[in-house]
Each structure stands twice: as structure tokens, then as C-alpha cells.
Ligand binder design. Structure first.
Ligand code: GDP
Ligand code: IMO
Ligand code: MG
Length: 428
């Protein structure tokens, strides 16, 4: 059984919670793109776990894989492992396997990320400054240092030197200097610990597939941040869509695949870029406060707005989503009425999708349909029948607009605050 979990909006939809919920059934959980720009939160009773690089299955001691599609900051990894071990999570080379061909994020990438943002001035992307984009650029430029480069120290030194030489002219322009020897020494100091996790992930995952193991692919970010299909250039630097699981892990098996699209009951975004249903009023503030919409990684306040059925519909198509998981329904509990965007209008023209042309984005006006709010609590509910009628109507309405079943509903941050309409957990 193979499940892929992807975000259908601009990230932070609650993927971590759902991966953790579903991973009770999983044998393997694999990350296939992104890096420590991701921030996935898991709540189990009084414990809150924050994961950036490690697959969320680590909390349940599942076999966790970091695929080659990820860009890996070795220092961030060590730090995350240390923090989780302090929370009594077991991490060793029995449950964590990192692809030998994963590309590394080095200090120079974080510096370049900063410089890139600085040089964009007001048009900055609002990146997490974790070096993600620059590391992917070096990967595509065939200059990256990979995990498999760590054991051969002489070769490693030469590779880091030539990488730093390549970037030196631009760094100098911004009066920044980074000594490659420092990076080399710091990297060799921690390399044994990292090499310990190195493994042929492509092989492990295909063998697991052949043995019919339950494999869960954990997406990071969201479809609207996808480098190809997102709101370019205000996107991340990887393919966040489900198609990436194949090239991001080497998994080659195509049948038996389920794709869950994690979707917030409203919309949020961190960083710059178009956001047609954004609210600059007290309802937007209410979402921030009640939904605790502050970035896990950068602590920035998330921009908030109404549910956009146009965008979610687009993501469903691009990812081949089989079922939608609706999260944070409880955040809507107090509202008198709730709006859903069902199309856009610009210069007397109607759109049922978001065009790629950036110039059109700023002219788009949302077409809303308004539904009555339920104004009673749904927090922590675990059955469909217990939901207020008007909440059921809201979900039915969303289903009709996005033309996909909403099979799972999340009513709170804890793994137990979940409505499993089709008994997906007990049937698998
Ligand atoms: P991810 O990046 O998609 O994993 O999402 P984040 O962890 O960055 O952000 C989602 C936040 O919402 C986290 O703080 C979760 O604990 C929380 N959360 C997830 N599902 C629910 C829910 O149904 N209701 C509420 N109130 N909070 C939720
Ligand atoms: P999870 O997995 C929300 C956003 C950044 C910025 C853009 C580019 O927790 O959903 P980057 O550092 O990737 O080059 O930044 O992408 N971004 C996210 N927004 N959730 C995330 O991850 C994000 N990862 C990156 O805010 O707008
Ligand atoms: Mg997040």
C-alpha cells in the first residue's frame, strides 16, 4: 500500500499531523523533496514535536527515509536529531536512512539565500533563508557536494574549494567572504555521524514496495509553492507535487497508489506572492489568532484568507489526488458566515484557474459564495454525525466545488482529533 501526502495550498496545511496519524499503519515514511524549510508539527497528548528534515514517522519509530530529492543541511540534521532524542525519540541507523546521493546545504548556500533576498529589495520572495534555493541551483549546476562525497576527505576538500571559488565573485560584490577551509573542517568534524545514516534509499524503498510494505511519502510545502506549477517566482525551489516521489526517492512502482491532498479549511501563506482571497480585516486576524498561524520555521505571522476552491481544484488535478483531508475545521467555529472562492474575475473576464501571467494576478477579484457559519464547537470531534449540520453543509459544498471526496477531517492538532469518514485507518 502506498500513500503520498501533499499540501494543496501554500504549505502548513497540517501534513505533519496527518502523516503521524496515518503512520500508525506505515512501515516506511519517506521525504522526497525540500529540506529544513519545512516545519511539520505533531501533537501527542501534552507533547509537541517539530520536524524539519526528519520524516514525521520517526515519532512512531517507523523506518524513515530521506530521499535524494531532499537538500540536506548536515548541521540542521544533527541539531534536529539531538532535540528529538531529548524528547525521548529513538533515532539510529535502524530507523533513519539517508540517500547516498542527497545533495548538501552548506553555509555558503544560506549566505547566498540572504544575498539573493537582499538584492531583490521590495520584490523579495520571503524565503526561509535556509539555503534551499541556492543548494538546488548547485545541484542542477552539477557542483553540489553529496553525502557520498564525505568519506574521501581529499576529494571533499577539493570539491568544497571549487564550489566556493565558483561563488566567490558574487560574495565579494556583497562584501561577504567565507573560508572553504572552515566549512571543510566543520563538515569533517560531523561527517562520521552523518555517514552513519547513509544508505541506498532507492533500493530499500523498491524492495519494501515489492514486499507490499506500507510506504508513506511525506510531502513538504504545498502545490502552490511548486517550482513549476506554483505562483512563480514566489515559490520554493523544488517540485512539491506528488510526481516528485519517483525522482526524489528512486521508487519505481506505480500501482496501488493513493494521494491524499492535505487542505486547510481556509487559506494561509507565508512569504510574498499573490493571494487572491487574502483578508486584511478582523476575520483574517481571527484566523491568525485562533489557528495560531505563525510559521514553525521562521515564526512569521502567516497571511490568512478564505478557502479558494479554484486553487485547490488545480492542485487536485496536478497531484492526482484521490482523497482530500480537510484540516483546521475547528478554526472556523465562531464565524457567522463563511465565504468560499469559486472563480475569479478580471477586466470582465472570468477565470476558473489561476493563469501563470504575474501581471494578471494583481487584477483578479474573487467570486465568492457565502455559507452560514455553525457557531458551535467542532474541536476534537471524531465522528461525522457529531458535526453540526451547517459544518457538514460547508464540507459538502467544498466537495461539490473541488469535485473530490473529503474523506478525513481534522478537528484539532492532536492525532486523535480526527474524523475518518471511510474508516481508512481500520481498513488498511
Ligand atoms: P505542515 O507544515 O503542513 O505539517 O503544518 P504545520 O505543522 O506547519 O502547521 C499546522 C499547524 O496546525 C500545527 O501547529 C498543527 O499542530 C496545527 N493543526 C493541525 N491540524 C489542526 C486542526 O485540525 N485544528 C487545529 N486547531 N490545529 C491543527
Ligand atoms: P511546510 O512543509 C509554508 C515558503 C517560504 C517562501 C517560499 C520560498 O511546513 O508546509 P524557500 O526557503 O523554500 O526558498 O522559500 O516558500 N515556504 C513555506 N511556506 N510552509 C512550508 O513548508 C514552506 N517552505 C517554504 O515562506 O515564501
Ligand atoms: Mg509547516
Amino acid at each position: 500500500m502506498f500513500y503520498t501526502i501533499v499540501g494543496t495550498q501554500w504549505g502548513d496545511e497540517g501534513k505533519g499531523k496527518i502523516v503521524d496519524w496515518l503512520s500508525s499503519k506505515a512501515d516506511y515514511v519517506a521525504r522526497f523533496q525540500g529540506g529544513n524549510n519545512a516545519g511539520h508539527t505533531i501533537k501527542v497528548d501534552k507533547n509537541v514535536y517539530k520536524l524539519n528534515l526528519l520524516p514525521s514517522g520517526i515519532i512512531r519509530n517507523k523506518k524513515c527515509l530521506i530521499g535524494n530529492g531532499v537538500v540536506l543541511d548536515p548541521w540542521a540534521l544533527i541539531n534536529e536529531i539531538k532535540n528529538l532524542r531529548n524528547q525521548n525519540i529513538q533515532i539510529d541507523n535502524d530507523n533513519l536512512f539517508i540517500a547516498e546521493n542527497v545533495c548538501l546545504i552548506l553555509p555558503i548556500h544560506k549566505l547566498i539565500d540572504e544575498i539573493n533576498e537582499l538584492s531583490l529589495g521590495n520584490n523579495l520572495i520571503g524565503t526561509t533563508k535556509k539555503g534551499i534555493g541556492p543548494a538546488y541551483e548547485d545541484k542542477v549546476g552539477r557542483r553540489a557536494i553529496r553525502l557520498c562525497d564525505l568519506p574521501d576527505q581529499d576529494n571533499l576538500k577539493n570539491k568544497i574549494k571549487s564550489l566556493y571559488n565558483f561563488h566567490e565573485p558574487r560574495l565579494k560584490k556583497f562584501n561577504k567572504i567565507l573560508d572553504f577551509e572552515n566549512t571543510y573542517e566543520e563538515l569533517t568534524n560531523i561527517s562520521t555521524e552523518i555517514i552513519n545514516f547513509s544508505a541506498p534509499v532507492w533500493k530499500i524503498i523498491n524492495d519494501a514496495g515489492k514486499q507490499n510494505k506500507f510506504i508513506l511519502f511525506e510531502g513538504a510545502q504545498g502545490s502552490l509553492l511548486d517550482i513549476d506549477f506554483g505562483t512563480y517566482p514566489y515559490v520554493t525551489s523544488s517540485n512539491t507535487s506528488s510526481g516528485q516521489i519517483f525522482s526524489g526517492t528512486g521508487f519505481g512502482i506505480k500501482e496501488n497508489h493513493n494521494v491524499l491532498g492535505i487542505t486547510k479549511a481556509y487559506t494561509t501563506r507565508v512569504g510574498s506572492g499573490p493571494f487572491v482571497t487574502e483578508l486584511h480585516n478582523e476575520i483574517g486576524d481571527h484566523f491568525v489568532e485562533k489557528g495560531q498561524e505563525f510559521g514553525t520555521v521562521t515564526k512569521r505571522k502567516r497571511r490568512c484568507g478564505w478557502f479558494d476552491a479554484v486553487l485547490v481544484g488545480q492542485s487536485i488535478a496536478i497531484n492526482g489526488i484521490t482523497d482530500v483531508v480537510l484540516t483546521k475545521l475547528d478554526v472556523l467555529d465562531d464565524l457567522e458566515e463563511i465565504k468560499v472562492c469559486v472563480g475569479y474575475e478580471a477586466m470582465h473576464k472570468k477565470y476558473d484557474y489561476l493563469p501563470f501571467d504575474e501581471n494578471i494576478h494583481s487584477t483578479l477579484v474573487p467570486i465568492y459564495e457565502t455559507l452560514p457559519g455553525w457557531q458551535e464547537t467542532t474541536y476534537g470531534l471524531t465522528t461525522w454525525d457529531d458535526l453540526p449540520k451547517k459544518a457538514q453543509n460547508y464540507i459538502n459544498f467544498l466537495e461539490s466545488k473541488i469535485q473530490k471526496n473529503i474523506s478525513i477531517i481534522s478537528t484539532g492538532p492532536d492525532r486523535v482529533n480526527t474524523i475518518d469518514r471511510n474508516n481508512l485507518l481500520s481498513n488498511n
